[in-house]
Design a protein around this ligand. Structure first.
Ligand code: GTP
Ligand code: MG
Length: 139
C-alpha cells in the first residue's frame, strides 16, 4: 500500500467560509479517490497530539486554538504517488503556487484551509489517528 494513500483535513477556516464543496471537487477532479471521510471536531488534546511535532514552536498554541475553532473534515485519499501529488495540489505552507488549494482558499499562514501528510509513514499514522480499518472503503 506504500505510496498510494495520503491523509487530509479540511481545516475549520475552509468549512466556515463555505469552501468545502469546491475543495472536495478539486481533490476528486485531480484523480484522488476518497476511501474514508468524516466531519468531526478535534478536542484540544487530540489537536495537540496530532501536531505534537510543533509543540516547541512559538505558533503552537495559535495552531491548536485554530484547529479546535470549528469542525474539520478528515479523509483518506488514494492515488498513485498520493503524498507527493497531494502536497503539490494543496501548495506550500508559505507562498503556495497559483491555482493550488491554499493559493485559492488560505487567508493566512495559520488559516491555510487544508492539511496534507508529508510522508507515507505519517500518512499511515495520521489515518490511524482518525479512522478504524472498518471505516476505510475497499472499492
Ligand atoms: P500541515 O499540512 O497542516 O501539516 O501544514 P504544513 O505541513 O504545510 O506546515 P507545517 O507542518 O510546518 O505546519 C503545520 C501548520 O501550522 C500549518 O499548516 C499552519 O496552519 C501552521 N503554521 C505553520 N507555520 C506557522 C507560522 O509561522 N505561524 C502560524 N501562526 N502558524 C503556522
Ligand atoms: Mg505538516
Amino acid at each position: 500500500m506504500t505510496n498510494n494513500r495520503t491523509f487530509t483535513m479540511i481545516k475549520p477556516d475552509a468549512i466556515a467560509q463555505g469552501n468545502t464543496g469546491a475543495i472536495i471537487q478539486k481533490i476528486t477532479n485531480s484523480g484522488f479517490k476518497i476511501v474514508a471521510l468524516k466531519l468531526t471536531k478535534l478536542s484540544p488534546e487530540k489537536a495537540a497530539e496530532f501536531y505534537a511535532i510543533h509543540k516547541d514552536k512559538k505558533f503552537f498554541q495559535e495552531l491548536i486554538d485554530f484547529m479546535i475553532s470549528g469542525p474539520i473534515i478528515a479523509a483518506i485519499l488514494e492515488k498513485k504517488n498520493a503524498v507527493e501529488d497531494f502536497r503539490a495540489l494543496i501548495g506550500a505552507t508559505v507562498d503556495p503556487a497559483e491555482g493550488t488549494i491554499r493559493n485559492l482558499y488560505a487567508t493566512s499562514i495559520s488559516n491555510n484551509a487544508i492539511h496534507g501528510s508529508d510522508s507515507d509513514e505519517n500518512a499511515v499514522i495520521e489515518s490511524t489517528f482518525h479512522f478504524n480499518e472498518n471505516e476505510i472503503i475497499q472499492y
